[in-house]
Ligand binder design. Structure first.
Ligand SMILES: [Zn+2]
Length: 491
């Protein structure tokens, strides 16, 4: 009632230097916590909720991204009414892990409102306890992978007091305390609460009869998991999950840095590849990966492309390599993930002693670019310890010099808050100039675009290079996409 979560977060902020990730699973938008930390980059709030089109409080749009220093740290996923388990689980899988990777929190606080359940009388989401269990499993796993297990879980909304709330929160407690749940609910518990629930049901039915409508009679549950037979499929389930996919694609485009997106591709985006990229990879494996020596004032570097995961595993990450995953060791794990993906190409710059000091990734464009053939995103990073050595120019030129890339559209999005701009000690506008220059030398052109990230923030930039052999039809599809609003064009 008094926003205990915001008070708890404020306490952690005062008492430590920790960064906090707040995940709000309640069906209503987490507007209070979001507002309390809207301009604070130490707190990332992620709210997954039913769209505010039909539900209180009406807020929680994707474009509520935070303010000032806190921009990019408020994440909102408005889900369609009648969203079911499969779509919901897909949403949390394609979003939470990349978000946590790029934010690198020290503590996770999650709010487990269970009013997302199909039986909840207030909302229109249609989860069963399978979807609700996926929420706590995900929070638990993220806390152990990224925060040494530091996890605070809190109850939240939930208005089916007899059938849903006790089961959902028992499940949460079982997950936290690592206990197996029995399949059946305890018999004495059912005996205690079923009569009370039945009495309430009868009162409600009497009231409904007065108003001339009668809801279908349902049963009191006897198992922890819901029985699928009690939850008929939504007739519109396909279009609902498509709409959710596009919402997540937009969120990923807005708040997940490119290299992290490349390491955690969305499941739908698995190669509709037209063979070209496979061809590149065939070349990569038939001949050993290309390499080149680069002389700098700080010493010799080796540039290599099509780096296999085994090579990346053997190298270490330089201490200045942390723009995407915040910590060099995690940055390296990110690169191993990218190297493993058959759809991505990874070029590295490393020292003779095996320290990675720069990387370029080329990966298929995210769902945002769906429908355009052969479109790939390029991302680059150079260790902050190696700036001013022309590593970025040379590494990018090396990664992009393959002739086969003339069949592709390549794009790069410079996003001022995704990168370590503070670490660079320059303004976001100077950063923009640097990015523009870096890519323009490689034949990229800056495009005016309605892509929300770029149109809303003048420091951001969209650069693209349409290869000389790209089909005219594909090129015009690309120009149209760039110039139209993504949400309008995909929905
Ligand atoms: Zn709620």
């Amino acid at each position: 009632m008094y926003n205990d979560i915001a008070v708890a977060i404020a306490h952690v902020l005062r008492a430590s230097e920790a960064k906090i990730l707040y995940i709000d699973y309640d069906a209503h938008h987490g507007d209070g916590v979001q507002r309390a930390f809207y301009d604070d980059p130490r707190v990332m709030t992620v709210s997954l909720h039913e769209t505010g089109r039909y539900l209180f409080p009406g807020t929680g749009e994707v474009l509520e991204l935070g303010r000032g220093q806190g921009r990019g740290y408020s994440v909102n996923v408005p889900l369609e009414a009648f969203t079911e388990d499969d779509s919901y689980i897909e949403v949390i899988h394609s979003l939470l892990q990349p978000l946590v990777t790029s934010f690198a929190p020290d503590l996770i606080i999650s709010l487990h409102g269970c009013d997302t359940h199909a039986w909840d009388p207030l909302t229109h989401l249609k989860l069963t306890l399978r979807g609700i269990q996926a929420q706590s499993k995900m929070a638990h796993q993220l806390a152990h992978t990224y925060c040494q297990g530091r996890w605070v879980a809190i109850g939240g909304g939930g208005y089916d007091l007899y059938r849903v709330v006790p089961r959902a929160w028992s499940m949460l407690w079982a997950e936290m305390s690592e206990q197996e749940l029995p399949a059946e609910l305890p018999a004495e518990w059912i005996a205690r609460w079923r009569p009370e629930w039945q009495a309430v049901q009868e009162q409600e039915e009497a009231a409904q009869q007065v108003m001339g409508k009668l809801a279908a009679r349902s049963e009191f549950p006897t198992t922890f998991q819901d029985r699928p037979a009690d939850f008929p499929e939504q007739p519109r389930r396909w279009s609902i999950s498509r709409a959710n996919e596009h919402t997540v694609a937009l969120v990923r485009q807005l708040v997940v840095p490119s290299a992290v997106r490349h390491a955690f591709p969305s499941p739908q985006r698995r190669s509709p590849l037209t063979g070209l990229f496979d061809l590149l990879h065939l070349r990569g494996s038939a001949t050993p990966s290309r390499s080149k020596i680069l002389e700098t004032e700080k010493g010799q570097l080796l540039l290599r492309d099509f780096c296999p995961p085994s090579l990346v595993e053997r190298l270490t990450a330089d201490s200045g390599l942390r723009a995407f995953a915040r910590l060099p060791e995690r940055e390296k794990q990110l690169l191993v993930g990218i190297a493993r993906s058959p759809d991505c190409a990874l070029a590295l710059a490393h020292t003779p002693t095996g320290e990675i000091i720069g990387q370029v990734t080329i990966a298929p464009g995210d769902v945002w670019w769906e429908g355009i053939d052969n479109i790939y995103e390029v991302a680059i990073e150079v260790s902050s310890n190696w700036r001013g050595q022309k590593v970025a120019q040379n590494l990018l030129a090396f990664a992009l010099e393959l002739d086969a890339l003339e069949d592709m559209i390549l794009f790069a999005i410079g996003l001022s808050w995704h990168w370590d701009v503070d670490g660079l000690g320059i303004s976001v506008y100077r950063y923009r100039e640097l990015i523009a220059h870096l890519f323009e030398v490689q034949g990229f052109v800056e495009y005016q675009t309605t892509e929300p990230n770029v149109s809303m923030e003048p420091a951001n930039i969209l650069l693209a290079r349409v290869g000389s052999r790209v089909d005219q039809r594909v090129a015009s599809q690309f120009y149209r996409r760039v110039l139209s609003s993504p949400t309008l064009s995909v929905l």
